[in-house]
Design a protein around this ligand. Structure first.
Ligand SMILES: [Zn+2]
Length: 150
């Protein structure tokens, strides 16, 4: 999925789960994009010099930064600001789930197994487009009521 889709997925999940504070939504936004810092052309990767190209060259795509161990380490680091842990988890897990249905992810890195759930062989671009269309329909039908800032 592209960055915009991850952002929409993460923020939507957070708002449905009751996150409405701007600071926590900012954490959700960053964490929903964070795994793709292993790609230079990702939404977050374009804002960070050097690191994405080093990660991509060293570990490959959808490995270290898409792993449970990486998410756990960041989650533990955020224990210094515990009100950010739940928003981080929502954004990070939403990213992994969306990547799993549109590709293959090394969730157990450094074990090289990659996990993916092919949706009836439908090409990922169609899955992403259908997901965004479903999101748009849901918004029109009242999903927008979850979207407010406190
Ligand atoms: Zn990703």
């Amino acid at each position: 999925m592209n960055g915009a889709s991850h952002l929409v997925g993460g923020v939507t999940a957070a708002m449905v789960l009751g996150i409405h504070s701007p600071a926590q939504l900012a954490v959700v936004a960053v964490s929903s994009l964070l795994p793709d810092i292993d790609r230079q052309n990702s939404l977050l990767g374009r804002c960070i010099p050097v690191l994405p190209s080093v990660l991509e060259a060293t570990f490959g795509k959808r490995t270290l930064t898409h792993s449970i161990i990486f998410g756990l380490c960041v989650w533990l680091l955020l224990s210094i600001h515990s009100s950010w842990q739940w928003p981080f988890l929502i954004g990070y897990v939403s990213h992994l789930l969306l990547d799993v249905i549109t590709g293959r992810v090394a969730l157990l890195w450094p074990i090289p197994w990659k996990f993916g759930i092919p949706l009836f062989g439908i090409p990922p671009v169609f899955v992403e487009t259908a997901a965004m269309a479903a999101w748009g329909a849901w918004m029109v039908l009242g999903g927008y009521s979850y979207f407010y800032i406190t």
